[in-house]
Design a protein around this ligand. Structure first.
Ligand code: UDP
Ligand code: MG
Length: 313
């Protein structure tokens, strides 16, 4: 029987924590009764530098509830880092980890299916939002536009999947070899290349407390989601540079024609040409610099070159 750990980052979540712990405990008891998970499975709450009584609540839950474990971060490290802290701690003793937000907006009834998929040989099980009726219009449209833009920029990702997922210990061990600081788990995990499946996740309203993701944080995550994975924007500059040079030559032809026909204002030809040609050369030079920056970027990330999943001898 598998030892499961759920990992939930908590930032100022005192209003919702007790309720979330109750619901997860009820789910755990059911899954244990069904023989799906082992009785020493755990519910892990990671306190991400909260300013309210979140940590006190976690301590109290830990005291009364045998499933609950707590991890306290010294400051607000951010959602992605808090998830990483929880997963890396849980992988020491859990066979599989399910990450989910502390407000339980995700459908926790998906978890038994995730465990079954894991047992069927999937290292990763993604929760995919099938309905976003609980999300605001703003959130829904911006999120979907972002997923599309991201894939246009060549970032691998699962459409409509956030951070509700199961990872096997093997996946977690691989993940631990990525040393990057601008964490964007949704982009990293598909790079592991492990067998995966998806489950349908119906999002519900937040039961208490307020969303911690304001527009600013959302933009920062989105920007990170692209710039931490794709150097394509750098090459766009290159292409625009070439376009400028081509336009410069076309204008050159037009200038030549105007000179022959003979109605040109003094100085117009040289001005016109230099704007486009110089602009084009500057952009191409930026593209060249960008190419080297792209090289530095991939080197600095120090990502593993490969993951061996099997060797025969
Ligand atoms: N969170 C965190 N650190 C932060 C911000 C958020 O650990 O700096 C946690 C938060 O407690 C919650 C999850 O990340 O468990 C998702 O946040 P939230 O529910 O506010 O985002 P939303 O669902 O509105 O996108
Ligand atoms: Mg939420």
């Amino acid at each position: 029987m598998i030892k499961l750990a759920t990992v939930s980052p908590c930032y100022n979540e005192e209003a919702v924590l007790r309720y979330s712990a109750d619901r997860l405990t009820e789910l755990f008891s059911r899954m244990i009764a069904d023989g799906l998970i082992s009785p020493d499975s755990k519910i892990v709450f990671v306190n991400d530098g909260s300013h309210d009584h979140t940590w006190d609540t976690i301590k109290e839950l830990n005291h009364h509830n045998k499933f609950v474990r707590g991890i306290n971060l010294s400051h607000n490290a951010g959602h992605q880092n808090a998830l990483m802290a929880g997963m890396m701690t849980a992988r020491e003793w859990a066979d599989a980890v399910v990450t989910l937000d502390a407000d339980l907006q995700d459908d926790i009834e998906c978890i038994p299916q995730m465990v079954r998929d894991f047992e069927a040989g999937n290292d990763i099980v993604y929760g995919v939002k099938v309905s976003r009726q609980a999300d605001s219009f703003m959130k829904k449209t911006t999120a979907q536009a972002f997923y599309k833009f991201q894939s246009a920029m060549g970032v691998e990702g699962i459409y409509n999947h956030a951070d509700f997922r199961l990872l096997s210990r093997r996946a977690l061990d691989m993940l631990s070899t990525y040393q990057e600081h601008n964490l964007y788990l949704r982009g990293l995990i598909p790079m592991l290349g492990l067998p995966y499946s998806t489950v349908d996740d119906v999002i519900s309203e937040r039961l208490a407390g307020r969303s911690k993701y304001n527009l600013h944080r959302m933009m920062r995550l989105a920007l990170n989601g692209i710039t931490a994975f794709s150097v394509r924007p750098l090459f766009v500059v290159y292409n625009i540079g070439f376009l400028f040079i081509i336009i410069g030559f076309l204008i050159g032809l037009y200038v030549g024609y105007s000179l022959i026909v003979g109605h040109v204002v003094q100085g117009w030809a040289s001005l016109m040409l230099s704007i486009w040609l110089v602009g084009g050369f500057i952009l191409i030079s930026l593209g060249v610099i960008g190419t080297y920056i792209a090289q530095i970027y991939t080197e600095v990330k120090g990502r593993p070159l490969y993951h061996i999943i099997e060797t025969l001898s």
